[in-house]
Design a protein around this ligand. Structure first.
Ligand SMILES: Nc1nc2c(ncn2[C@@H]2O[C@H](COP(=O)(O)OP(=O)(O)OP(=O)(O)O)[C@@H](O)[C@H]2O)c(=O)[nH]1
Length: 397
């Protein structure tokens, strides 16, 4: 005899799904993609909440109730898998998602109504194994491709792994089953039954809490990122430059801004020439347009590995990995020329802008403040020398 009543676990699964529904409804997301994912999770938990109904049926009606519920549970599990894809930015065409989800549920309802109990059991175990293993593979591939792996996503992968293992074992035992048809419909030997039942019971609970944690974690990340951005231009703010810049200097940035062993870092301090005159002549709003235009031109001409920040009023800073002093000077000169060549098409017409740039190099043991201050000194020299030019610190500096 199994030491645990499977129907108690089904009731737990139903209650856990309702809890999950409540938990997911508490999450607020800004991105439409995440909002769609949350709707898929809500629908999934609504389907799985049907287990609560089965748990409360009189014993004589439970088998029939389970036949109906297993189709709904397959729809729920399929929606969970679809929700995870959506959460991770993978586009699943809605037609495909709906067709697969309803298709799997229909196969089970058809098998429950039109085939023998033994055939239904095999179809049930096959469909659930297909969803579980498919989800596991899909999540594994998505996480392998992801640039950042966080604990929440790995926890979800672990849940999918355990769920898959459970269903593959159930499938194997169902195919080799001899004996009467169990009314709880889990074809597993006594040693596996409690684990499978608890697994079914805990799946919605664990998925709901992990998804809740993932979405909240991303929201916090977004808020943090926003705090590091400048509202007007969308470039890094001074605080953002400090945070990302310190990490770039320490060689801790991953992705395109990672600094390789053979590269140094150049700091460019750039100031718009006679910006006050633009404000005075056309007003602050046009001045703001010019600043947005400048950040657009610079973003266009900088590689992905550069950090661009608005350091203050009309002063911008660029930090970028370079192989040599010559490279840094080339990048700075390219930016200066691009800005000079591309006037700002503002509401009052075309406005020509030039910039002065000071360049310094990061050497080991130099702090961010120190290297920025050296670049600032060169910027001052560029202004003194007549503006619209690049001045680079000499090699020995
Ligand atoms: N529109 C706008 N203007 C700003 C902003 N922040 C600072 N400013 C203006 O930028 C101007 C900077 O002027 P100055 O520091 O005198 O320098 P400049 O006129 O560019 O002259 P040089 O730097 O010497 O070439 C000031 O008029 C500030 O009010 C901003 O966010 N938007």
């Amino acid at each position: 005899m199994a030491s645990i009543d499977v129907f108690t676990c089904y009731t737990l699964a139903g209650a856990g799904s309702l809890f999950g529904l409540g938990l997911i409804s508490l999450v607020r997301a800004e991105s439409p993609r995440v909002r769609r994912a949350l709707w898929l999770y809500r629908l999934a938990f609504l389907c799985l909440a049907g287990f609560l109904w089965v748990g409360t049926l009189p014993v004589a009606q439970r088998a029939q109730g389970m036949h109906a519920m297993i189709g709904v549970a397959a729809i729920g599990a399929s929606l969970l898998a679809w929700g995870f894809r959506q959460l991770n930015g993978q586009r699943t065409p809605p037609v495909l998602g709906v067709a697969l989800t309803l298709g799997l549920g229909s196969v089970l309802w058809w098998a429950g109504a039109a085939t023998s109990d033994a055939t239904f059991a095999v179809v049930e175990a096959s469909v659930m194994s297909f969803i579980a293993v498919g989800t596991l593979i899909d999540q594994g591939v998505l996480l392998r491709r992801a640039t950042v792996r966080r604990g929440g996503e790995l926890a979800l992968l672990l849940v999918a792994g355990l769920f898959s293992l459970d269903w593959v074992l159930i499938l194997w035992h169902t195919l080799h089953w001899v004996g009467p048809y169990p009314d709880h419909l889990l074809f597993a030997p006594d040693w596996l039954l409690p684990a499978s039942a608890v697994g079914v019971g805990l799946l919605p609970l664990s998925v709901a809490s992990v998804v809740f944690a993932i979405v909240n974690d991303r929201l916090n990340q977004q808020l943090r990122e926003r705090a590091l951005r400048d509202d007007l231009t969308g470039t890094l703010s001074r605080r953002g430059l400090r945070e990302h810049g310190e990490r770039m200097l320490a060689g801790q940035l991953a992705g395109p801004s990672a600094v390789r062993r053979d590269t140094g870092i150049a700091a460019l301090m750039m100031d718009v020439d006679h910006f006050k005159a633009i404000n005075d002549r056309h007003g602050h709003q046009v001045g703001d347009e010019v600043l947005r235009h400048l950040s657009g031109v610079m973003t266009e001409h900088l590689r992905d590995d550069a950090l661009l920040a608005r350091y203050g009023g009309e002063e911008f800073t660029v930090l970028l990995p370079v192989r040599s002093r010559h490279d840094a000077e080339t990048v700075a000169e390219r930016l200066r020329q691009a800005i000079e060549a591309q006037p700002c098409d503002s509401r009052v017409g075309r406005i020509r802008v030039t910039v002065s740039i000071g360049v310094a190099f990061h050497q080991t043991a130099h702090s961010l403040d120190e290297v920025l201050s050296r670049a600032d000194t060169r910027l001052y020299e560029a202004k003194q020398a007549g503006r619209n030019r690049v001045i680079c610190e000499p090699l020995a500096a």
